[in-house]
Design a protein around this ligand. Sequence first.
Ligand code: CAA
Length: 391
Amino acid sequence: MKIGIDLLHFATADYYLGLDTFATEKHLDVDKFYIGIGQEKMSISPPDEDVVTLAAKAAAPILDQIDANEISAILFATETGVDQSKSAGVFLHGLLNLSKHCRVIEFKHACYAGAAALQMATTMVRANPKEKVLVIAADIAKYDIDSSGEATQGCGAVAMLVTASPRIIMIEPGSGYFTDDVMDFWRPNQRTTALVDGKYSTKVYLSSLKQTWDHFTEQTGRTFEDIDYFCYHIPFTKMAEKAHQTLVRKVGATLTPAEFEAQTVPSQFYNRIVGNSYSASLFMSFISLLDHIESNIENKRISFFSYGSGCVAEFFTGIMQPGYQSVLMTAEHKQKIAQRTALTYAQYLEFYYQAEQLEENIVYEPKNRGAYRLAGIENYKRYYQKNKPES
Ligand code: CAA
């Protein structure tokens, strides 16, 4: 039985900070960002945007195409949780008015949780092919001002409908995985921003890739040559390039520069202009590939490398399904990204600090132009609002 992703859509914030603006503010050469880390823009969420509203914007166009009452579970992956007890997915369930006969749970392990939720969803569908599982990966990447991570912020949510007989990609059974208790990136409970040992984190990312690759080949018998396109977790696009160089070296493959680019570049366009979206970034990379590759890639094998600091990593593959192009939402993705408003550095700081105010009672000024927004907090309870339909 084929199980995998039937529909796929992403959302990001309505605002961005250009790394040219950032470089001017910090008196740095912009090429440090454009070339050095391979990033151009970071999506910035206003205070009335959180992972629930991003997730709702990502999921709504999928639900419009199916009988939403058939959703049997929401697996919500995030490291930007909105409550220590109640899962973000239950707020989402309420906002989208889904069936009460639905289970909801939050998944966490840094940027890895989205891959974990996807794998869990395929297992649920394998056990009961009637299941239709909504997998959400949503995060707001936020670091301290003037820290090394500040240039690698961003935000986004990816919604994936996981079913039997999927129309986009079948996720193949078998994967390679790896866990090691390291402190390369973490966010203690009392902080809204992550702490990171930046250079160390890039080393652990690459060593985890080598470990998961070895395990993947042992478990599945598949080789580098069996894979047509490679999607990586992308904290910044240069990291994906380094990852692919590492893998190519490890397996001793000889690729021309054009072959190397063809295997990775289409899967980096969105990430380059959205920034890091933690658990969503690997799947945003997959959507970038689908929305930018000119040829038809039916029956091609795609690999996914998920890396979550701390660290847990997994390498798995999927096969593109015949006719997949007819269900892609490429135009919507491109339009939403193009419609974002540029922020000055001062406006970015305003959003940044307003979102830090986690008071008992707060009413947010409408800034989020999407169909769903965080309206406020009353007696520590978050309340959301469904706006007019998105234009
Ligand atoms: N022109 C061209 N290139 C330039 C340049 C210029 N003018 N100035 C600098 N560069 C290059 C540097 O040579 C360097 O290249 P290499 O990495 O190939 O050596 C690159 O630009 C970055 O420069 P620095 O090393 O000086 O940058 P930095 O110290 O400010 O920090 C970073 C880089 C550590 C990645 C930082 O952005 C960071 O801490 N980011 C957050 C952590 C992160 O994303 N880690 C990734 C792995 S962990 C993970 O993947 C999980 C997750 O999502 C967080």
